[in-house]
Design a protein around this ligand. Sequence first.
Ligand code: APR
Length: 309
Amino acid sequence: MKISIIGAGNIGGLTVLRLAEAGFSDIVLVDIAKGKAEGKALDLEDAGAILKYNYCIQGTEDIAKVKDSDIIIITAGLTRKPGMNREDLLNKNARILKEVCLGIKKVSPDAVVIIVTNPIDLMTYLALKIMGSKPYKVFGMGISLDAARFTNLISKELNIPYTDIEAYVIGNHGEGMLPLPRFTTIKGMKLDERLEDKKIQALMKKTLERGHEIVSLSGSAYFAPAQAITVMVKAIAKDEKRILGVSAYLNGEYNTKDICIGVPCRLGKEGIEQIIELDLNKEEESAFLRSAESIRKHLKLIRPFCHGL
Ligand code: APR
């Protein structure tokens, strides 16, 4: 199995290490910055020699080297800097994504592609349009990371292990995300049977603010994102049929059409093998539709990048 990662920054570099440790032995790391991917690949291979793991990591500036990859992860792009608004980030990253996706399309049109570049839901949509791939082959990472954050906060609040918690979050990977306490369980018991509503609301708010909290304290989040990507790659490579939250292209599911947004999906060797439709109540459904709307209203900003394809 050949895995390629575009973007050898914080998330890309750490993801390579996690994947190599998980037993993936043929990895290509690409970055536009001269020498960056090559240098990281050498360092990562030295780490393998310490562990006596025989993996091979090729670092390069040449995107054509991702040829015939089974899975490609895109982490190329900017992180939001203080003073940069979302639209600036969107424009800059859309430009980068377009270049990267056109490169992938030439040499690896059938790969499963995982988008990590922010804003994830819009970048996933753009990647799909540029590559013209089947919608189940291209999806975004974001929302499973938010579910992990919700899990962690519940665990700390109730002093119980992560393994006892099954947390659900849907919606956009951003302010419009929707933690779902009614679907979240602790050892099979509903969260609202274990915690009073006021506490649940506070945990939901903290989940929403978590990304911003980490960025303002340490500059960026990459440990948990790299872990979330690794779990997805394993689910695909090992055909696990595991349910994980991903930004998926909806075509009528959840009464939503023609956007990518976070929903639970069954992942297997083809990519998304099933979109799971949760039985939302009226209130949850309107919150989800609001979240979808917040993505849809930005679609006009990325449409110019689809012209002339
Ligand atoms: N091709 C390849 N690599 C590129 C390109 C390109 N066209 N443009 C930028 N890059 C590389 C940069 O050189 C940098 O090494 O992408 C890398 C991004 O790394 P970091 O700045 O460390 O960002 P990181 O924290 O890894 O986040 C990457 O994921 O979660 C999102 O918001 C985050 O959009 C950001 C992305």
